[in-house]
Design a protein around this ligand. Structure first.
Ligand code: SF4
Length: 149
């Protein structure tokens, strides 16, 4: 059975920053014949509920900045993602929550260092690692729209 890594909040897990979920019934219908392997890097690294974070474009590349401490909090997220994909080497598909600074594939907001919005097509920290592992990656809403006739 095809193994699919999926943002846990899309399955109904209350792991968002505000302890809510992003349950997506239509997405789960489309994936009913796959094995779903949930992940939530932010809950694993920072707990729930937690302060929000944003993606910033810096000289060192795009980083995750805590909106509470203004510190770069990318490293634990990257480590979580690398461990996840090393421990699940047979994942064929990654479905990330749209617009998330961790999980979005090509829909996250990216700001400059003065917090001006640069664009809304950024890749979240965990999705970037999934792409580096060569996994096929989709934003959830795009996946649903593309597989619904
Ligand atoms: S979008 Fe990603 S980091 Fe945010 S709650 Fe969902 S799984 Fe966790």
């Amino acid at each position: 059975m095809k193994k699919v890594a999926i943002s846990a909040c899309l399955l109904g897990c209350s792991c968002r920053y505000d302890a809510r979920d992003n349950f997506n019934e239509r997405l789960l219908e489309l994936l009913k014949d796959t094995e779903l392997i949930p992940f939530c890097p932010e809950d694993a690294c920072f707990g729930t509920p937690r302060p929000t974070m944003d993606l910033l474009k810096t000289k060192e590349g795009v980083v995750a900045l805590s909106n509470e401490t203004e510190k770069n909090i990318s490293i634990p997220l990257i480590r979580y993602a690398e461990d996840f994909f090393y421990n699940n080497p047979d994942i064929e598909l990654f479905i990330g929550k749209d617009r998330s600074p961790s999980c979005a594939v090509e829909s996250a907001r990216v700001y400059d260092e003065q917090k001006n919005l640069l664009h809304e097509e950024g890749t979240g920290i965990m999705a970037k690692v999934a792409l580096e592992f060569g996994i096929e990656c989709w934003d959830a809403e795009v996946y649903v729209a593309s597989h619904t006739s």
